[in-house]
Write a protein that binds this ligand. Structure first.
Ligand code: HEC
Length: 133
């Protein structure tokens, strides 16, 4: 392979890897599969009620750390981001890296596809016809 061609091939490979990374937050997941992954959360969370962790109904589109009746860590209250598919993806990948000193004692969901499914489930339950009021 001539050097310019090699450079072109490497460039294309690099672009593919980058665009794959960029796309992972917006990938549309499978809500039914997400329901199974949510079983990892129900040790501490429920959709409808605050428990060890805050409830997840009404979360999409509101600012992190602002569910009424739930006492958050300072760290979560200070984070200040709105819960969107992108911010959920970022948080759930590694909660304690994203929000240092969060009280959520959970390592995160490392697999991007599993996160996409989980987020699709949370969005479905919060949307029309979902189980949230
Ligand atoms: C070991 C208990 C535990 C587990 C398991 C757990 N969480 Fe949490 N979660 C918490 C706690 C406690 C908080 C409050 C964090 C704080 O105040 O810093 C929290 C906060 C959150 C928040 C912020 C919500 C808000 O109202 O701003 C989200 C989103 C969240 N958890 C999602 C999840 C998901 C999705 C899972 C499953 C993959 C999960 N959590 C698993 C305990 C847990």
């Amino acid at each position: 392979m001539t050097p310019p061609l090699l450079a072109l091939v490497l460039g294309l490979l690099g672009a593919a890897v980058l665009s794959d990374r960029g796309a992972h937050a917006s990938a549309v997941g499978d809500a039914d599969r997400g329901a199974k992954i949510y079983e990892r959360c129900i040790a501490c969370h429920s959709l409808a009620r605050n428990r060890t962790g805050p409830k997840h109904c009404g979360m999409i589109g509101r600012v992190a750390g602002t569910q009424k009746g739930y006492r958050y860590s300072k760290a979560m209250r200070a984070w200040g981001k709105v819960w969107t598919p992108e911010s959920l993806d970022e948080f759930l990948e590694n909660p304690r890296r994203t929000v240092p000193r969060t009280r959520m004692g959970y390592a995160g969901v490392k697999d991007a596809g599993e996160r996409a499914n989980l987020i699709a489930y949370l969005i479905r339950e919060n949307g029309p016809g979902g189980s949230c009021p």
